[in-house]
Design a protein around this ligand. Sequence first.
Ligand code: ATR
Length: 277
Amino acid sequence: MTEKLLLAGVIGDPIAHSRSPRLHGHWLWRYGIDGHYVPLHVTRERLHDTLRLLPDLGFKGVNVTIPHKETVLQIADSVTDRAALIGAANTLTYTANGKLQADNTDGVGFMENIRQYTPGWSASEGPALVLGAGGAARAVVSALLSDGCPHVFLVNRTRARAEALQDHFGAKVHVADWTRIPNVLDEVALLVNTTSLGMVGKQPLHIDLDRLNPATVVNDIVYTPLRTELLEEAAARGCHTVDGLGMLLHQAAPGFERWFGVKPEVDDDLRAVVLGE
Ligand code: ATR
């Protein structure tokens, strides 16, 4: 028998910016695991062959990032229900016989992040307002509805994309225009920004928060900067706010556990390592 190294990694194009190697590297060190987690720069053309080759090299699985999250669903041998529902995968695992299973842990990451900083919180507490209709919004909406959120107001620059999500998730999703945001702000239990607005180098997120209810929990999935303008303004209005870094950390945990056999802890040490502090 050939000895197999304990390997995992992240596949994307580009990949140099990924914080996942640092994140998993910290866990490997912390739990004393003799394994490696490596960034793999893989183009669209080489994605299929690479995924077929990796188990022979000893890879237990990989994370997948831009631009491969949707394509991998076609290559995988099996797709979990939640990945199928979201229409994308971020965590691939090789089974003992080398078959490829595609899963999506973004929704879990989103929920665990809010739960960690808002003890006792449940999506069933009230309606949510979600800004954006991209891949991240799909994961967020899916997770909220699975956790009993009564309905989700969805607002996106390109309305057709929000309507596509409504078609996908059904009548609990209500598409609204940006101009309608103030009208729903006072009735939502949760406000989430899933757009890239407010991120370093992107345009700011401008919404009128005058009617934001102080009881509303506000979450931004943007984590550069950690304290976005949205979070700062919401906090100034008395809202409980949760930054986006925890979603990145929590979405990584299920993959690490599957590949390396230890359920890892998401704590302040990990946050500091990923932030490069
Ligand atoms: P992700 O998979 O990370 O969600 P995405 O699919 O590119 O990334 O989605 C990005 C989201 O940010 C979309 O909702 C996008 O709106 P459009 O669907 O109209 O493109 C939103 N977004 C990005 N730049 C924006 C801008 N300048 N103004 C408003 N919304 C923006």
